[in-house]
Write a protein that binds this ligand. Sequence first.
Ligand SMILES: NC(=O)c1ccc[n+]([C@@H]2O[C@H](COP(=O)([O-])OP(=O)(O)OC[C@H]3O[C@@H](n4cnc5c(N)ncnc54)[C@H](O)[C@@H]3O)[C@@H](O)[C@H]2O)c1
Length: 415
Amino acid sequence: MYKISKKSKQILILGVSVMTILFIIYKVIGRNEQSIEGGHGNRRDAVEDIIHNEHDLAESSHRIEELEEKIAVLEKRIPRTYQDVKYLNYLTRKRILVTGGAGFVGSHLVDKLMKEGQEVIVVDNFFTGRKQNVEHWIGHENFEMIHHDIVHPLYIEVDEIYHLASPASPPHYMQNPVKTIKTNTIGTINILGLARRVNAKILLASTSEVYGDPEIHPQPESYWGHVNPIGPRACYDEGKRISETLTYAYAQQENMHVRVARIFNTYGPRMHMNDGRVVSNFILQALKSEVITIYGSGEQTRSFQYVTDLVDGLVLLMNSNYTQPVNLGNPVEHTINQFAEIIKDLLGGNSKIVHLAEVQDDPQRRKPDISRAKKYLNWEPKVSLNIGLQKTVTYFREELRKFKHSQRNKFVDEH
Ligand SMILES: NC(=O)c1ccc[n+]([C@@H]2O[C@H](COP(=O)([O-])OP(=O)(O)OC[C@H]3O[C@@H](n4cnc5c(N)ncnc54)[C@H](O)[C@@H]3O)[C@@H](O)[C@H]2O)c1
């Protein structure tokens, strides 16, 4: 059965009370007009009318009081389901902007900052992000969400900026390569400009893709990379490289406080189900007992970091004094073949594994050298692949269940 939410009930009660008041006012005015029109009528009628009107007004005031009481009771019943946040006073609390805060990584970062007691502003154009990722904070006094595309300038007051806005997975950033480049050039200039205007510290979410298909292994931050500037991934790889260049140019020229995180493959709840990357592909295929598809020989390697480890690293980097780029990733390396077996074992299904043609410019080896993060941030990943995958699988299962449910309830036009 269709369920009316508590908010809708409140709105309904308010609506009814407003209609009642309007109706009474209408009646009162009508009577007054009648009595004026019959100005020659007898005085007793007029007195009776006034008494009537007073009676109506008293009745409506009483009715309004009753309705106000009901609303107050209903308001108390609406559960405050926010997670606990620390209290910080105005001297210690920061106003922090998270661009791309409704995305996968951004929303976990928002959770951490909110729980710390900071004031958080999310700016997102919802290209790949979802309001659902941050809906649990909507209405909280420390939280604000702005629907905005960073390709256009933004004027707000903040103390710190985590600049994450950019599509991150190949199918998303390849869908509109020009827009990806605009977001990482014009968008980054706009956010750096904002940071300069308000003297805010800014952290850029860069990527291991700046190393391209690396010729040295593992990749330290001092490696300049091996990127094809005109390949299908160039819009993102070169976009992030120019974002880094812009960040350091602003830092040098405008004397700004900047941080650059080079993020390696990250997974966890709220990641996109259909982002075409290996973690989501394999989990979905195994959950649906479909064939697990590996592109190429499967001997290419990846290292996967759990999202809460990354978010801890981002906040440590922002709060550190270190200004050079820092790799944030999990150095435990797996071949794609091994990873397919891990997922199969975890889900216990009977999916077959098949190999398809190699993808163009697919990096063959990917593993971060995290000595810098260890040395300057005292950071290293804590969550094991097994624990992280279990949490991710639970999330995917629930999303699939919701999807099936929404499909069942979908309107089917039979004509
Ligand atoms: N997830 C990873 O494995 C990974 C790896 C390396 C780097 N990164 C970087 O981390 C950041 C976040 O990645 P993610 O995995 O959360 O991706 P995501 O796609 O889930 O989040 C990106 C967010 O940015 C928003 N966005 C995109 N273009 C925008 C624009 N023009 N204006 C405003 N908002 C815009 C999207 O709507 C989305 O909410 C990205 O900058 C990405 O390059 C992620």
